[in-house]
Design a protein around this ligand. Sequence first.
Ligand code: PMP
Length: 394
Amino acid sequence: MFSNLKNQPVDKIMQVMAKFRADPRPNKIDLGVGVYKNALGVTPVMRAIKQAEHKLWEEQETKAYVGLVGDPAYSDAMIKLVLGDAVAREKIGAAATPGGTGAVRQAFEMIKMATPEARVFVSNPTWPNHISILDYVGLECVQYRYFDAETRSVDFGGMMADLDGLRAGDIVLLHGCCHNPTGANLTLEQFGAVIEVMNAKGAIPMVDIAYQGFGDGLEEDAAATRLVASSVPECLIAASCSKNFGIYRERTGLLMCVSQDAAKTPLTQENLAFLNRQNYSFPPDHGARLVSMILNDDALKAEWMSELEEVRLGMLGLREQLAGELARLTNSDRFNFLREHRGMFSLLGTGPDMVELMREKNGIYMIPDSRMNIAGLNKETVPLLAKAIVEAGI
Ligand code: PMP
């Protein structure tokens, strides 16, 4: 049986990680993998998470199953965090999932169950897992223009022209904030225009929000998702707690089905429970419980928010330093896009050859598409990267 299996494509990020580990140069720089790292290169357990874990260890008396869609307290807390009061609670079906990836996967499966003929429009480029999971689930994927390689900002004209090809029932996958891999984001106004075209065409949005709090702030980063959820008849929202709570390995996500017709909620809720049952039965609880403990406790929440803000401002500081250094070295403002981008990533907008050159010559590791993880830098390594970028003639 096993010999019938095909070899699977190697994950590019894993490849970069392996090469980085094997590189003996002491001053090598890892801008590859998508996890936050502090100035010491460490992905820390956040202070509020530590405190919540301590409390949980003391207070938790059972590890019995929770429920097919997870703990309702977790769904409620996350809905409040992501959607604020943009949509009434009774209009939302929700299920805990193993990470944001689990939420994305379940969303695609729900689309496949409800409208198997729907095409899913994704940005070019997008998080590669979007495309590979769509393919695996058997949904048709269409790419819309998104990144302007010249300006390194959103090609909004191209995007709108491509969305003009939407048909009723198609899905438009949008990144709620901090676009991965580009770092280039729509303005709220542009989101408004996209909503208009989706509504005019009868297309349905799906928002993937994996970096709330990493861009302009917790509320600011949720604004687009809230606008979408309150302006369309139906939408899907996949949220991840991996980055903003720093609980990557705990696999903590939430899938929300929003319908302006609250009478649909029992049906979406039932189908969310069904999908969880088919795929893994009960979703993981540890990370979800920590998140709801934090969000429901004023002191823990304040501690979490202040650390998240330190993380966010740290990344903005590195962006500022890198853009400044490049402006100085090139005597131009063509790297200003690094200041405009938000979140952990920026797409440098160069080809795999240049990425390879910087790896070989300077020990700088990024994904072949030239995505850099800004959090992989620190004050000392920013000038080294700037110099390498200029030397490579980018
Ligand atoms: N969506 C996007 C756009 C992401 O970048 C990520 C993380 N790489 C995820 C979803 C899911 O992350 P996780 O499954 O680790 O929560």
